[in-house]
Design a protein around this ligand. Structure first.
Ligand code: GDP
Length: 296
């Protein structure tokens, strides 16, 4: 189960409250200490945890909660609401251009799941009646182009590829022209990643951005890397500007630090989550559902 440790610890803290009936301020404070520890152990950003606990505590010691007949339920409801708010409150969708094609540029570090997610996203929109085109701009990673071809084939989505001798900017521009001629209403550009963020990578991504003017720049990050994923998101946003995040490998993430920190730290929403290696393991991200899942 995802975020198992966090769920268990939060439930533990709340079951103590539930056994008490009426609550004192001291009870609430003790529970909040446990919530704080649980979030820190889940690798949530320290400042995010501090602000979160402060907010929840302020709301919980209010008259309405302390004097209610089921104070513990009130506390859980407040935690649920604040967790939801932390992750962005409402679902954040992809911007679909009124003038097709909608252009989505996928960026991220190597291994984060960019190529797989480009395919998954194509499949997701194809099911909604769109005609996507996948554009293979990752000319540096051996086998990335082939991998995108394989993904496209299994989803029956066309892949635009000019091999690895052309510059990524030229491939992106040619891909866009092809899409317009071919009546594709959605273009998904799979850009190159690197092992680390470097200036060369950012310069290349900036040139693609200025040449094709994407409607969405989606950053793909690996949730299992915890706070590193948050730092990567901050760096990409500062250097390039991103519109949202796809958080991959959530199926293997037992902690949850990235999911709970990214929005608060970067102000950019998580739009999709990757829940497995299969091409239909992609889900739109719903902050309220995730909060309920965490609280069990
Ligand atoms: P890229 O270098 O960023 O293009 O990464 P890839 O798309 O090649 O993905 C790297 C590895 O992560 C592959 O083995 C994928 O199958 C795997 N992967 C991608 N997304 C997910 C996910 O949501 N869950 C799991 N379990 N594996 C994933």
């Amino acid at each position: 189960m995802i975020f198992e440790g966090l769920s268990d610890k939060l439930q533990g803290a709340f079951s103590k409250l539930k056994s008490k009936g009426k609550l004192t301020e001291k009870d609430v404070k003790a529970a909040m200490r446990e919530v704080k520890l649980a979030l820190l152990e889940a690798d949530v950003n320290f400042k995010v945890v501090k602000d979160f606990v402060k907010k929840v505590q302020e709301r919980c010691v209010g008259q309405e909660v302390m004097e209610s007949l089921t104070p513990a339920q009130h506390v859980i409801k407040i935690v649920n609401e604040e967790l939801t708010a932390l992750m962005g409150d409402v679902q954040s969708k992809i911007t679909i251009s009124s003038k097709p094609p909608t252009i989505i540029m996928m960026v991220g570090l190597q291994g984060a799941g960019k190529t797989t997610t480009s395919g998954k996203l194509g499949g997701y929109f194809k099911k909604q009646g769109k005609k996507p085109l996948l554009v293979a701009c990752d000319v540096y990673r051996p086998a990335a182009i082939k991998q995108l071809e394989v993904v496209g084939k299994s989803l029956d989505i066309e892949v635009f590829n000019m091999g690895d001798k052309e510059s990524p900017v030229n491939i992106a521009k040619a891909g866009l022209s092809h899409a317009i001629k071919n009546n594709n209403d959605l273009v998904i550009i799979d850009t190159a990643g690197r092992l680390h963020i470097d200036e060369e990578l950012m310069d290349e991504l900036k040139s693609i951005k200025s040449e094709v003017r994407p409607h969405e720049i989606l950053l793909v990050v690996d949730s299992m890397t915890g706070q590193d994923a948050v730092n990567v998101a901050e760096s990409f946003d500062n250097a390039l500007g991103i519109d949202g995040v796809v958080l991959t490998k959530l199926d293997g993430d037992t902690r949850g630090g990235a999911a709970l920190s990214i929005r608060a730290v970067t102000q950019k929403p998580i739009k999709f989550i990757g829940m497995g290696e299969k091409l239909d393991d992609l889900e739109p991200f719903h902050p309220d559902r995730m909060a309920s899942r965490i609280l069990g």
